[in-house]
Design a protein around this ligand. Structure first.
Ligand code: SF4
Ligand code: SF4
Length: 55
């Protein structure tokens, strides 16, 4: 997953991840990519489209 620089760390993506793989803390966003099942929920919920799939 790529996190764009316009991420505003609102925490929306962390809230929807069914596996709780996203941690937003102050000005960092951390993914536990190993366990990601690529459901794209976090991508869809981001209000500023800051999450993009890593192709
Ligand atoms: S939902 Fe988008 S703007 Fe909010 S913390 Fe996640 S990536 Fe950043
Ligand atoms: S794609 Fe799904 S499983 Fe992966 S981090 Fe986003 S919400 Fe979580």
């Amino acid at each position: 997953m790529i996190v764009k620089e316009w991420c505003m760390y609102c925490g929306e993506c962390a809230g929807v991840c069914p596996r709780n793989l996203i941690e937003v803390r102050e000005l960092t966003l951390k993914f536990n990519e190993d366990q990601c099942k690529e459901c794209s929920l976090c991508i869809q919920v981001c209000p500023v489209k800051a999450l993009q799939e890593d192709k």
